[in-house]
Design a protein around this ligand. Structure first.
Ligand SMILES: [Mn+2]
Length: 332
């Protein structure tokens, strides 16, 4: 059996360098920028940052995403710049950031993006599949896609402004859990310092992200702490049905907010939270520490992500999901 790297090698992945990205973007007239489904801070940070970079390189750039009206992202990013109707014929370049697979693109845009001829990918997730025909710039050792974009902007000597420095900073804060996760390194702080030089208001960003916890979120947190189970090598798992969301008047966004918090509990090597997003369709968010790796398990189940933060989908009713999750817990 071929290893993942051999498979990728065989497909002759079209990796591009910093200068190529500049050429690709400057020779485009109109760029359509996409991030992943259920956008998070880094997704928006990198999308908005990429928009700024494209415009400064002489291309008109548009942002496409599907975001909930209730999302806290709206408190940070200028949501009036987000569009929902993508017409491929209006564009000559698609730029995918913070994701490198079509399956991560919102279903609303997926087919149109997939059929697009000229696609550039800027991401920090490792490949789990290699999409044909795309040009890739993948830096999996960088904490956030936003930081990759920041480094490109700095490298091209483009002058950033306060607003976009805040967007990019928010992206880095999001993916590092405010400089907590193991993906935080000296370069992360160097980048943060450069961004702070633009006079950004970090308290404003932190207020929106960390000082705006709602009662629904607290109820969700209470539910998680009251309903976790332990299996295998101190693997913590929780299953949250749509019924629970309804009862708590909470959303998957409210839950995602606390998945990282569960991983701060010393004894847990891995935390897996399965939550029902559609009838009998569960997303499983995984976090790990103490040397445990979740990306491989996520890939084995058709998902992906980072070594210590990954996810995948499971299908079935509550009983089936509990059985599957328990089995997966024993695979560590
Ligand atoms: Mn990211």
């Amino acid at each position: 059996m071929m290893t993942k790297n051999e498979i990728i090698e065989e497909n002759k992945v079209n990796y591009v360098e910093v200068e190529d990205i500049k050429n690709i973007i400057s020779s485009a007239k109109r760029v359509a920028i996409f991030g992943h489904v259920n956008p998070d801070l880094d997704c928006y940070g990198s999308m908005f940052g990429a928009r700024y970079m494209c415009e400064k390189l002489g291309a008109e750039a548009h942002l496409f995403a599907v975001n909930s009206e209730k999302s806290f992202l709206n408190g940070i990013f200028d949501k009036s710049l987000i569009e929902r109707d993508f017409e491929p014929k209006d564009f000559d370049l698609v730029l995918m950031v913070d994701c490198n697979e079509f399956s991560r693109i919102d279903i609303k845009f997926r087919e149109k993006v997939q059929n697009f001829k000229n696609i550039l990918v800027i991401d920090h997730h490792e490949h789990s599949v290699v999409e044909k025909g795309c040009k890739f710039y993948i830096k999996s050792d960088i904490c956030a896609a936003s930081m990759i974009v920041a480094n490109l902007i700095f490298g091209y000597k483009i002058k950033l402004n306060k607003v976009y420095a805040e967007y990019i900073f928010a992206g880095i804060v999001g993916d590092t859990g405010r400089f907590l996760h193991t993906n935080t390194d000296i370069d992360t702080f160097k980048c943060a310092v450069k961004l702070m030089d633009f006079g950004i208001d970090i308290q404003k960003i932190y207020d929106v992200i960390y000082r705006s916890v709602t009662i629904e979120q607290i109820n969700m947190q209470k539910f998680l702490l009251n309903n976790y189970h332990i299996a295998g090598k101190n693997i913590c798992y929780i299953v949250v049905t749509q019924k629970v969301f309804k009862k708590l008047n909470a959303t998957p966004d409210d839950l995602k907010f606390f998945v990282n918090d569960l991983n701060t509990i010393k004894d847990f090597n891995v935390v897996m939270v399965a939550y029902e997003v559609e009838h009998n369709k569960y997303k499983v968010s995984c976090r790990s520490k103490n040397g445990f790796i979740v990306s491989k398990i996520a890939q084995n189940y058709g998902g992906g992500g980072h070594k210590m933060a990954a996810g995948f989908n499971l299908f079935g009713n509550k009983i089936t999901i509990i059985r599957k999750i328990k089995k997966i817990c024993l695979e560590f």
